[in-house]
Design a protein around this ligand. Structure first.
Ligand code: SF4
Ligand code: SF4
Length: 101
C-alpha cells in the first residue's frame, strides 16, 4: 500500500504519474493513521464468553474486529473508534463498553 505522498511534477513527468484531474496528491487511506486515538469509549472483548458467531465482524465500520482462521481474536485499537456497534449487535453480551481513560 502506497503512502499518501506528493508527486513532484517536472518536465520529465509522464501522464501515468499524474492522478486524474492533475491532482498532485495520491489518495489517502485511513488505515495508515491511528484513528483509534479519537475514541472516547472502548469495547472490551472477552474471549471466554465469545461464541464465534461472527455477527460483530461485518458490522464494524472500521474493520477493527480482528479475525484469524474464521475466529474473532481481538480488537484493533489503533483503528477502533468506539462506536459501540459491535457491543450492540453481539447476542451474547461478550463486550464490556467502558469509558476511555
Ligand atoms: S466499537 Fe465500533 S469501531 Fe470499535 S470494534 Fe466495535 S464496531 Fe468496530
Ligand atoms: S457477536 Fe459476540 S459472540 Fe459473536 S463473534 Fe462477535 S463477540 Fe463473539
Amino acid at each position: 500500500m502506497k503512502d499518501n505522498k506528493k508527486v513532484t511534477i517536472t518536465t520529465e513527468t509522464t501522464w501515468k504519474e499524474i492522478t486524474p484531474g492533475g491532482i498532485v496528491y495520491e489518495a489517502g487511506n485511513a488505515h495508515n493513521y491511528k484513528t483509534g486515538e479519537w475514541r472516547s469509549m472502548r469495547p472490551i472483548w472477552h474471549s471466554e464468553k465469545c461464541k464465534q458467531c461472527l455477527l460483530c465482524f461485518p458490522v464494524c465500520p472500521d474493520s477493527s474486529i480482528l479475525v484469524e482462521d474464521g475466529k474473532v481474536v481481538g480488537i484493533d485499537y489503533d483503528h477502533c473508534k468506539g462506536c459501540g456497534v459491535c457491543v450492540n449487535v453481539c447476542p451474547f453480551n461478550v463486550f464490556d463498553f467502558v469509558k476511555e481513560e
